[in-house]
Design a protein around this ligand. Sequence first.
Ligand SMILES: [Zn+2]
Length: 308
Amino acid sequence: MNNSFLARIAIAAALAAGLQAPATAQGIGIFNNIIRQQQLPSAPASLGNLLAPAAGNRGAAGGELIQLLMQSVDHVDEAHEIEIGRQLAAVLLGSKPLHPDMALQRYVNRLGRWISLQSARPQLPWTFGVLNDPGVNAFAAPGGYVFVTKGLVDRVDEAELAGILAHEITHVTDKHHLQALRTKARAGLATQAIGSQLNSNLGGAVSAQLLALGKDLYSSGLDQGDEFAADRNGVTLAARAGFDPYGLPSVLQQLRSAAPDNPLFSLSLRTHPAPQLRLDQLELAMGNRLDAYAGKPAVPLSQRLVGR
Ligand SMILES: [Zn+2]
Protein backbone atom coordinates (compact mmCIF):
# COMPACT_ATOMS: atom_id res chain seq x y z
CA MET A 1 0.00 0.00 0.00
CA ASN A 2 1.57 3.30 -0.91
CA ASN A 3 2.11 6.21 1.41
CA SER A 4 -0.74 8.45 0.31
CA PHE A 5 -3.30 5.73 0.98
CA LEU A 6 -1.73 5.02 4.36
CA ALA A 7 -1.77 8.73 5.13
CA ARG A 8 -5.47 8.96 4.32
CA ILE A 9 -6.30 5.95 6.46
CA ALA A 10 -4.08 7.47 9.15
CA ILE A 11 -6.26 10.56 9.25
CA ALA A 12 -9.44 8.50 9.48
CA ALA A 13 -7.95 6.29 12.18
CA ALA A 14 -6.70 9.28 14.13
CA LEU A 15 -10.18 10.73 14.11
CA ALA A 16 -11.70 7.45 15.17
CA ALA A 17 -9.27 7.14 18.07
CA GLY A 18 -10.69 10.24 19.69
CA LEU A 19 -13.80 8.79 21.27
CA GLN A 20 -13.74 6.64 24.36
CA ALA A 21 -17.38 6.64 25.43
CA PRO A 22 -18.52 4.31 28.21
CA ALA A 23 -20.07 1.23 26.61
CA THR A 24 -22.75 1.04 29.28
CA ALA A 25 -23.98 4.58 28.79
CA GLN A 26 -27.33 4.85 27.06
CA GLY A 27 -29.30 7.58 25.43
CA ILE A 28 -29.03 10.64 23.35
CA GLY A 29 -28.54 12.91 26.36
CA ILE A 30 -25.27 11.20 27.14
CA PHE A 31 -24.30 11.33 23.50
CA ASN A 32 -24.93 15.06 23.52
CA ASN A 33 -22.63 15.41 26.52
CA ILE A 34 -19.94 13.45 24.75
CA ILE A 35 -20.24 15.71 21.73
CA ARG A 36 -19.86 18.77 23.94
CA GLN A 37 -17.14 17.54 26.26
CA GLN A 38 -14.96 15.13 24.36
CA GLN A 39 -11.57 16.56 23.47
CA LEU A 40 -9.69 14.77 20.76
CA PRO A 41 -6.00 14.17 21.34
CA SER A 42 -3.92 15.95 18.72
CA ALA A 43 -1.76 12.89 18.13
CA PRO A 44 -3.53 9.73 19.29
CA ALA A 45 -1.13 7.22 20.81
CA SER A 46 -3.10 4.37 19.33
CA LEU A 47 -2.72 5.58 15.76
CA GLY A 48 0.17 3.28 14.94
CA ASN A 49 -1.71 0.28 16.25
CA LEU A 50 -4.77 1.06 14.18
CA LEU A 51 -2.75 1.39 11.01
CA ALA A 52 -0.50 -1.59 11.40
CA PRO A 53 -1.64 -5.00 10.21
CA ALA A 54 -3.32 -6.79 13.11
CA ALA A 55 -1.15 -8.75 15.53
CA GLY A 56 -0.15 -12.12 14.18
CA ASN A 57 -1.17 -11.03 10.74
CA ARG A 58 1.80 -8.91 9.74
CA GLY A 59 2.32 -8.98 6.04
CA ALA A 60 -0.63 -11.22 5.32
CA ALA A 61 -0.79 -11.28 1.55
CA GLY A 62 -4.05 -10.67 -0.22
CA GLY A 63 -3.81 -14.08 -1.86
CA GLU A 64 -3.67 -15.71 1.54
CA LEU A 65 -6.70 -13.70 2.70
CA ILE A 66 -8.64 -14.81 -0.35
CA GLN A 67 -7.68 -18.44 0.24
CA LEU A 68 -9.12 -18.14 3.76
CA LEU A 69 -12.29 -16.52 2.40
CA MET A 70 -12.75 -19.18 -0.28
CA GLN A 71 -12.85 -21.88 2.41
CA SER A 72 -15.45 -20.18 4.57
CA VAL A 73 -16.14 -16.80 6.09
CA ASP A 74 -15.83 -18.62 9.41
CA HIS A 75 -12.14 -19.30 8.61
CA VAL A 76 -11.45 -15.57 8.62
CA ASP A 77 -10.60 -14.56 12.18
CA GLU A 78 -11.03 -10.99 13.39
CA ALA A 79 -7.42 -10.01 12.68
CA HIS A 80 -7.69 -11.16 9.08
CA GLU A 81 -11.12 -9.56 8.76
CA ILE A 82 -9.65 -6.21 9.81
CA GLU A 83 -6.75 -6.66 7.37
CA ILE A 84 -9.15 -7.31 4.49
CA GLY A 85 -11.12 -4.22 5.51
CA ARG A 86 -7.96 -2.11 5.70
CA GLN A 87 -7.06 -3.07 2.14
CA LEU A 88 -10.60 -2.43 0.86
CA ALA A 89 -10.66 0.93 2.66
CA ALA A 90 -7.58 1.81 0.61
CA VAL A 91 -9.58 0.99 -2.53
CA LEU A 92 -12.33 3.38 -1.43
CA LEU A 93 -9.90 6.12 -0.40
CA GLY A 94 -8.06 5.64 -3.67
CA SER A 95 -11.14 6.71 -5.61
CA LYS A 96 -12.14 9.61 -3.33
CA PRO A 97 -9.99 11.37 -0.70
CA LEU A 98 -11.22 12.37 2.74
CA HIS A 99 -12.95 15.75 2.98
CA PRO A 100 -10.60 18.39 4.48
CA ASP A 101 -13.14 19.64 7.09
CA MET A 102 -11.58 18.14 10.23
CA ALA A 103 -14.41 19.32 12.51
CA LEU A 104 -16.85 17.40 10.34
CA GLN A 105 -14.60 14.32 10.35
CA ARG A 106 -14.37 14.41 14.16
CA TYR A 107 -18.12 14.81 14.52
CA VAL A 108 -18.94 11.90 12.19
CA ASN A 109 -16.42 9.75 14.06
CA ARG A 110 -17.97 10.57 17.42
CA LEU A 111 -21.44 9.82 16.07
CA GLY A 112 -20.33 6.58 14.39
CA ARG A 113 -18.29 5.37 17.37
CA TRP A 114 -21.21 6.03 19.68
CA ILE A 115 -23.58 3.96 17.53
CA SER A 116 -21.00 1.19 17.05
CA LEU A 117 -20.70 0.87 20.83
CA GLN A 118 -24.35 -0.21 20.90
CA SER A 119 -23.73 -2.80 18.14
CA ALA A 120 -22.99 -6.51 18.45
CA ARG A 121 -19.26 -5.87 17.93
CA PRO A 122 -18.26 -2.78 19.91
CA GLN A 123 -14.65 -3.99 20.21
CA LEU A 124 -13.76 -3.57 16.51
CA PRO A 125 -11.39 -0.67 15.68
CA TRP A 126 -14.24 1.40 14.21
CA THR A 127 -13.07 4.10 11.81
CA PHE A 128 -15.38 6.59 10.10
CA GLY A 129 -14.63 9.06 7.33
CA VAL A 130 -16.35 11.62 5.11
CA LEU A 131 -15.28 11.25 1.47
CA ASN A 132 -14.81 14.41 -0.58
CA ASP A 133 -17.48 13.46 -3.10
CA PRO A 134 -20.62 15.44 -4.05
CA GLY A 135 -22.45 12.15 -4.75
CA VAL A 136 -24.86 10.69 -2.19
CA ASN A 137 -23.55 7.39 -0.89
CA ALA A 138 -22.19 5.37 2.00
CA PHE A 139 -19.77 2.46 2.09
CA ALA A 140 -18.38 0.02 4.62
CA ALA A 141 -15.52 -2.46 4.67
CA PRO A 142 -14.92 -5.46 6.94
CA GLY A 143 -13.43 -4.90 10.36
CA GLY A 144 -15.10 -1.55 11.10
CA TYR A 145 -14.42 0.91 8.24
CA VAL A 146 -17.37 3.16 7.34
CA PHE A 147 -17.40 6.05 4.86
CA VAL A 148 -20.12 8.54 3.92
CA THR A 149 -19.88 11.10 1.12
CA LYS A 150 -19.96 14.87 1.67
CA GLY A 151 -22.94 15.00 -0.71
CA LEU A 152 -24.87 12.74 1.68
CA VAL A 153 -23.81 14.63 4.81
CA ASP A 154 -24.97 17.91 3.24
CA ARG A 155 -28.50 16.54 2.79
CA VAL A 156 -29.27 14.98 6.18
CA ASP A 157 -29.94 15.86 9.79
CA GLU A 158 -28.35 13.99 12.69
CA ALA A 159 -31.00 11.25 13.01
CA GLU A 160 -30.80 10.60 9.27
CA LEU A 161 -27.01 10.35 9.37
CA ALA A 162 -27.28 8.06 12.41
CA GLY A 163 -29.66 5.82 10.42
CA ILE A 164 -27.20 5.59 7.52
CA LEU A 165 -24.23 4.89 9.80
CA ALA A 166 -26.23 2.23 11.67
CA HIS A 167 -27.10 0.56 8.32
CA GLU A 168 -23.40 0.46 7.37
CA ILE A 169 -22.34 -0.70 10.86
CA THR A 170 -24.78 -3.61 10.51
CA HIS A 171 -23.17 -4.63 7.20
CA VAL A 172 -19.87 -4.87 9.11
CA THR A 173 -21.13 -6.66 12.22
CA ASP A 174 -23.00 -9.22 10.08
CA LYS A 175 -20.00 -9.70 7.71
CA HIS A 176 -22.02 -8.98 4.57
CA HIS A 177 -18.96 -7.83 2.59
CA LEU A 178 -16.99 -10.94 3.51
CA GLN A 179 -19.86 -13.12 2.29
CA ALA A 180 -20.08 -11.16 -0.97
CA LEU A 181 -16.30 -11.32 -1.51
CA ARG A 182 -16.39 -15.06 -0.93
CA THR A 183 -19.17 -15.49 -3.49
CA LYS A 184 -17.27 -13.43 -6.05
CA ALA A 185 -13.97 -15.19 -5.35
CA ARG A 186 -15.58 -18.59 -5.76
CA ALA A 187 -17.20 -17.45 -9.00
CA GLY A 188 -13.73 -17.08 -10.46
CA LEU A 189 -13.21 -13.37 -10.37
CA ALA A 190 -10.03 -13.88 -8.36
CA THR A 191 -8.47 -15.87 -11.18
CA GLN A 192 -9.23 -13.20 -13.75
CA ALA A 193 -7.78 -10.58 -11.46
CA ILE A 194 -4.27 -12.02 -11.73
CA GLY A 195 -4.12 -10.57 -15.21
CA SER A 196 -4.71 -7.09 -13.84
CA GLN A 197 -1.78 -7.30 -11.43
CA LEU A 198 0.53 -5.37 -13.75
CA ASN A 199 -1.97 -2.52 -13.86
CA SER A 200 -2.13 -2.16 -10.10
CA ASN A 201 -0.85 1.23 -8.99
CA LEU A 202 -0.89 0.30 -5.32
CA GLY A 203 2.71 -0.76 -5.17
CA GLY A 204 1.92 -4.44 -4.96
CA ALA A 205 1.27 -4.38 -1.21
CA VAL A 206 -2.45 -4.56 -1.77
CA SER A 207 -3.26 -7.82 -3.41
CA ALA A 208 -4.33 -7.35 -7.01
CA GLN A 209 -6.91 -10.05 -6.39
CA LEU A 210 -8.42 -8.33 -3.39
CA LEU A 211 -8.28 -4.99 -5.19
CA ALA A 212 -10.21 -6.37 -8.15
CA LEU A 213 -12.75 -8.08 -5.90
CA GLY A 214 -13.20 -4.90 -3.89
CA LYS A 215 -13.67 -2.69 -6.96
CA ASP A 216 -16.21 -5.13 -8.35
CA LEU A 217 -18.02 -5.29 -5.01
CA TYR A 218 -18.30 -1.51 -4.60
CA SER A 219 -19.53 -1.02 -8.15
CA SER A 220 -22.06 -3.86 -8.12
CA GLY A 221 -23.27 -3.79 -4.50
CA LEU A 222 -24.20 -6.37 -1.91
CA ASP A 223 -26.85 -9.07 -1.89
CA GLN A 224 -30.36 -7.54 -1.84
CA GLY A 225 -31.35 -9.64 1.17
CA ASP A 226 -28.34 -8.25 3.06
CA GLU A 227 -29.46 -4.69 2.20
CA PHE A 228 -32.93 -5.32 3.59
CA ALA A 229 -31.40 -6.90 6.71
CA ALA A 230 -29.08 -3.90 7.19
CA ASP A 231 -32.08 -1.57 6.90
CA ARG A 232 -34.06 -3.54 9.51
CA ASN A 233 -31.23 -4.02 11.97
CA GLY A 234 -29.85 -0.54 11.32
CA VAL A 235 -33.14 1.05 12.33
CA THR A 236 -33.13 -0.96 15.55
CA LEU A 237 -29.49 -0.08 16.23
CA ALA A 238 -30.11 3.63 15.67
CA ALA A 239 -33.05 3.51 18.08
CA ARG A 240 -30.90 1.68 20.67
CA ALA A 241 -28.31 4.45 20.36
CA GLY A 242 -31.01 7.02 21.18
CA PHE A 243 -31.87 8.32 17.71
CA ASP A 244 -35.22 8.65 15.98
CA PRO A 245 -35.69 5.29 14.17
CA TYR A 246 -37.32 7.12 11.27
CA GLY A 247 -33.99 8.69 10.30
CA LEU A 248 -33.11 5.95 7.81
CA PRO A 249 -36.63 5.80 6.26
CA SER A 250 -36.41 9.57 5.85
CA VAL A 251 -33.20 9.24 3.79
CA LEU A 252 -34.82 6.48 1.72
CA GLN A 253 -37.68 8.86 0.96
CA GLN A 254 -35.14 11.39 -0.32
CA LEU A 255 -33.53 8.70 -2.50
CA ARG A 256 -36.96 7.71 -3.81
CA SER A 257 -37.57 11.20 -5.13
CA ALA A 258 -34.17 11.40 -6.86
CA ALA A 259 -34.11 11.03 -10.63
CA PRO A 260 -32.40 7.69 -11.42
CA ASP A 261 -30.18 9.36 -14.02
CA ASN A 262 -29.00 12.08 -11.61
CA PRO A 263 -25.25 11.32 -11.45
CA LEU A 264 -25.13 12.27 -7.75
CA PHE A 265 -27.49 9.41 -6.90
CA SER A 266 -26.87 6.91 -9.69
CA LEU A 267 -24.21 4.72 -7.98
CA SER A 268 -26.20 4.49 -4.76
CA LEU A 269 -29.41 3.64 -6.62
CA ARG A 270 -27.65 1.11 -8.87
CA THR A 271 -26.02 -0.76 -5.98
CA HIS A 272 -29.11 -0.96 -3.74
CA PRO A 273 -32.67 -2.25 -4.12
CA ALA A 274 -35.17 0.42 -5.20
CA PRO A 275 -35.88 2.88 -2.35
CA GLN A 276 -39.63 2.14 -2.46
CA LEU A 277 -38.91 -1.58 -2.08
CA ARG A 278 -36.66 -0.86 0.91
CA LEU A 279 -39.35 1.32 2.49
CA ASP A 280 -41.97 -1.40 1.92
CA GLN A 281 -39.71 -4.03 3.53
CA LEU A 282 -39.00 -1.74 6.48
CA GLU A 283 -42.67 -1.07 7.01
CA LEU A 284 -43.36 -4.80 7.02
CA ALA A 285 -40.61 -5.36 9.59
CA MET A 286 -41.15 -2.32 11.80
CA GLY A 287 -44.90 -1.83 11.78
CA ASN A 288 -45.47 0.76 14.46
CA ARG A 289 -43.30 -0.96 17.08
CA LEU A 290 -40.69 1.76 17.10
CA ASP A 291 -43.13 4.69 17.11
CA ALA A 292 -42.52 5.22 20.82
CA TYR A 293 -38.93 6.20 19.98
CA ALA A 294 -39.91 8.53 17.15
CA GLY A 295 -40.78 12.20 17.04
CA LYS A 296 -37.54 13.60 18.45
CA PRO A 297 -36.83 17.13 17.22
CA ALA A 298 -34.54 17.16 14.18
CA VAL A 299 -30.97 18.29 14.87
CA PRO A 300 -29.28 19.95 11.87
CA LEU A 301 -25.61 18.99 11.53
CA SER A 302 -24.70 22.69 11.40
CA GLN A 303 -25.78 22.91 15.04
CA ARG A 304 -23.21 20.23 15.97
CA LEU A 305 -20.43 21.89 14.03
CA VAL A 306 -20.76 25.41 15.41
CA GLY A 307 -17.55 26.52 17.07
CA ARG A 308 -15.60 23.37 16.18
ZN1 LIG B 1 -26.20 -1.18 2.40
